[in-house]
Design a protein around this ligand. Sequence first.
Ligand code: NDP
Ligand code: 8X3
Length: 250
Amino acid sequence: MTKTAFITGATSGIGQATAKILARNNYKIILCGRRKDRLEALQEELAAHTQVHHLVFDVRDKKAVFEAIASLPEAFATIDVLINNAGNAHGLDPIQDGSIEDWDAMIDINIKGLLYVSKAIIPQMKTRQSGHIINIGSTAAKEVYPNGNVYCATKHAVDALNQGMRMDLNLYGIKVGAIHPGMVATEFSQVRFKGDTTRAANVYKGFSPLQADDIADIIHFVLSRPYHVNIADLVVMSTAQASSTIVKRD
Ligand code: NDP
Ligand code: 8X3
């Protein structure tokens, strides 16, 4: 039977690539994000493969999250797969110089937003005693790097929530797992550096970073395992990267 996947952060990067691979593999797709124009364009593109619906909301706005999910038409109301992907880093500053606005954004989006979306979707999975939640963490969920302070803290929280969800939802047969990528060439660094494209490009200079498609491919692999196999926690880096701070560049 065709499964329905709900993907947050589908306007760009990992979320967009995941929507494309799942659409080609017979999933119905619910695309989420704030940029309506991108969601509409992607919906039009993917409609050649599958049924697609999009929801425009900011994951920080809990009322909007719950209203958007409650508004899903019948054909999309049963969510089999939740990809908690929306998130970003804002800034890369030592703790003493960090901006409170950046801290609020990361905590509100990466932690609270993930919780709001999960809270709105988990009850139907619990009732059906089935479902699969994939939380996108980061290597920053596993180690802290200089100036990464609050971003790393939010991703450590995602790691903890992933473990907690897996324990609490175990009784209901719901799969929960996290994928923790190292550096992936997406719009991530443009957002982190607030549109400074040179600084963003430098992050991926002199080596072959992961691409969004690499992570999407892994997400599809994780989803396509038999029911008794749950990939609970997976760290993936480009070959040139050995840790958050060790990258072999030309
Ligand atoms: P992108 O910047 O390319 O994509 C981020 C996505 O998150 C966009 O679709 C954006 O949509 C969405 N998003 C951001 N803020 C909000 C918000 N307030 N409400 C709703 N949606 C929001 O980055 P990536 O694809 O790289 O990032 C995806 C995930 O992967 C993030 O959780 C990130 O932390 C994680 N990650 C990324 C790595 C990397 O090196 N790129 C490595 C490890 C983890 P819109 O702006 O339209 O709302
Ligand atoms: C994104 C990768 O190295 O900036 O999570 O933490 S990194």
